[in-house]
Design a binder for this molecule. Sequence first.
Ligand code: BTX
Length: 322
Amino acid sequence: SKIRESLLAALSSAEDSYFSGQELADQAGCSRTAIWKHIEDLRASGFMIESKRKKGYRLLGKADELNENNLLVGLQTDRLGRSVHYFESVDSTQKIAHSLAQENAPEGSLVIAEEQLSGRGRMARSWHSPKGTGIWMSLLLRPSLQPQKAPQFTLIAAVAIVEAIEKTCELKVDIKWPNDLLIDGKKITGILTELQADSEQIHSLIIGMGINVNQCAEDFSDEIRKIATSLHIESGKTFSRAGIVQQILLNLEKYYHIYINEGFEPIKVIWEKYAITIGQHITARTFNKEIKGLASGITNEGVLKLIDENGETHLIYSADIE
Ligand code: BTX
């Protein structure tokens, strides 16, 4: 809303100074009670705003930068995101996370950037990552599991992100197997899980997450605008990216824990609640073939089951779905 925007603009115009409720109300052209309500809303979406008697309100730090300080203040996890590698601009956070993995960086290390110059998707596709508007991050995990289990982490991350968006932005998100999150059919998030492993064992698993947060429609190229959206476009609100990152990490830690202790089953149940692919007639395009059929569910490994017109079941490990 206008009030919210004016409030944010005022608070960030002079970092570290206090503004009285009256001052803010005058600027926004509303009552002090309205200001108070909007401050509460901003806090709920992750902005750190201090209020002090007789002084007023103050924005703590540059609220929306994803630097280590902003990410760590208020972070509720034990391990995930405790070691932050923050960059203004990188080629790809995946690339950096891969080198950190080889330098024995601890589990839970997070690489995050304001901008990626060559963000990547699956199969050498690119991921548009403009400056300061989205969440471009890679999380390093070191589960002692067989490499076949890696695709499950895409589904775990999907559930963690969907629930984080629901909670911090009050928007409903669908999962399209395997790695897309959609709002009303448009892509809000892409997930890319990569690993370093030998044939028996995962050494490190890198979950890349790209989330469109505060982009306006004009921030997308014509081509991407047709298929993509952002949390801002969907809600008209501007969100604190740090608040969303913190909620994702908290959810991921919870589901990672459940997964390690109880296996994939409990996560599969939640995943199915958000999945739109299941029960639909789809076309799955893998790198060497195309199969049409009914998506009947996923296996306990997270593999898609597709029943073709002859009633034969195909297991799809990775594909583009239409
Ligand atoms: P994907 O291969 O499923 O999707 C890539 C496709 O999505 C592109 O070909 C394009 O059509 C479309 N696309 C590109 N950019 C965007 C965008 N910003 N919003 C919506 N659609 C888009 C998905 O791959 C996995 C993406 C992971 C990105 C993260 S960001 C942090 C980490 N670092 C990195 O380089 N990649 C990951």
